[in-house]
Design a protein around this ligand. Sequence first.
Ligand SMILES: Nc1ncnc2c1ncn2[C@@H]1O[C@H](COP(=O)(O)OP(=O)(O)OP(=O)(O)O)[C@@H](O)[C@H]1O
Length: 571
Amino acid sequence: MAQGQLDPAQEASQIWTAASQVLKFSEVLTPRDKGWLSGITPEAVFGNTIVLSVSSRAAQEAVQSDLSQPLLDALRLVSGQDMIPAIKIVQNKSAEQQHVQEESPSLSKADDGTPASSAAAYTASQPIPTDPVDQFAKAQSNERTDQASPTQTTAPNPEASQAQTTAVTGAYVPQSFANQNYNNQPFAEDPYAVANNQTGSQPTQQSFPTSPFPMGQNRIERDPETHLNKSATFDTFVPGDSNRFARTVALTVAEGSGRDYNPLCIYGSSGLGKTHLLNAIGNYALVKDPNLKVRYVTSEEFTNEFIEALQDPNRSQGQIAEFNRRYRQVDVLLIDDIQFLGGKEATLDQFFHTFNALHDANKRIVIASDVAPMNLKGFEQRLISRFDSGLTVDVKPPDMETRVAILRMMAAMNRVNIPNDVFDLIAERFTENIRELEGALTRVTAVASLNNQPVTRTLAEHTLQDYFATDVEVKPTDIITQVAKYFHLTFDDLVGRTRTKNIALARQIAMYLAREMTSMSLVDIGEVFGGRDHTTVMHAYTRISNEMQEKREIYNYVMELTIRLKNPQSN
Ligand SMILES: Nc1ncnc2c1ncn2[C@@H]1O[C@H](COP(=O)(O)OP(=O)(O)OP(=O)(O)O)[C@@H](O)[C@H]1O
């Protein structure tokens, strides 16, 4: 069997660590079900099969019955593909221990927190299977003879497994996750404590090792054809009162049953999930019908493509025709940040014709904007009334419960263990913008990771305290002055055109801080920085956010400057 580049054991361990985190806060599993999780040891991944070992037939049966569907869902969520768990029994314990295990699965957890059926025990006594087909053959033979041999590996009943797998793929939004209430679940807690009703107990420091991969290092990867961010799906969109209606309508449009909602306009302030919903619509529409032509585009990209098409004087007719063909053949057009088209007359005119062509052909159009269509500036009335002819929904800042749920999900997706009180701390303080909420969790995790410390409330408070030291109104000019001083540069260096490395870095940090510390739009920030385009500001913001995760130096610059700006008297 062909093996992937990753070590099968390592891959299994990575996948299982993430999947078990997801399962720990599943609503459909009882504490007893969750107790079985600690007795499962990941062994190896072969293709789309993950070999998991358990220590008893009872555990195997539990995994194949009550845990089966949630397990399939969790494996799919964390690995991005349908995976088949092959459950192997490794009897490496005395009959008495096993009896205890069967009576109370949660007790199978060893004192050091590792599952009782450890990988070491497995490798010492049992060779890692080299061919899952062979394992299934063995499994089936074991099922027939019904004898629990020391190494029994079974896939779930092939028919049931097939049905379950199909259900996950067909439904796409696995119900156990889509309806998941990520709140009120002791996500980071030990199943032992859960089973013993000790949910209120505070975790010890050792309980929360930090991931070597801090949050936020996952770069957004866009599909080259559709431009969709494949990880922005309905699965990863946490519903709450603030966005439930928008999410429901988006799902309807994605399913293709929302004819009256064309176009769908989603509006709301920055960082509240509009882009996420657009991508989720595109991704889900493609799951329902892979033959659809879906296109996600920001208004900036639309403009650039249009300008490019116009620019070649010799071929402009052909280029425009190609531009029109590209856009008018799409079945689902998702256009983001439409407000940036305001005032761009030629592009708006082109967009108007594209819109009409698609609308007349009953193709789906979804638009995201920071204001309701009627408040769009620099748009002709004819276009606004087209937008108004469909359905307009808004997304609002999430409530506390939703914020905590979002943080839990982000931590689970990034495979980091975060104590509940840290979730609460961050959710209490970041109320208006989910990007900032995510950023705070990223910062806390990054600090812990860089210092090789566990994430604790104390660490989180320390990391975030200076951020909230005062309610001082920070002006962009103060930011530029302070950053210039910090890097021994001048104000003019930062707003000027020089691109030497140190000036460019200082400028990007200043833009990042302006985005983080003021309520100014990207366009306005660009203006302050010498009339730069908003995409330059966005690029600077993304770059510094990413570098803060990777380079202590950059993180320290931003933190120190934040403190100075929040405490002007200390300068
Ligand atoms: N309900 C949600 N559940 C999970 N993650 C969310 C949710 N809403 C937003 N996010 C995440 O928050 C971040 C910001 O969201 P997004 O980019 O969609 O906001 P936006 O409204 O488009 O902002 P902007 O107007 O600035 O472009 C993203 O990482 C997104 O995945």
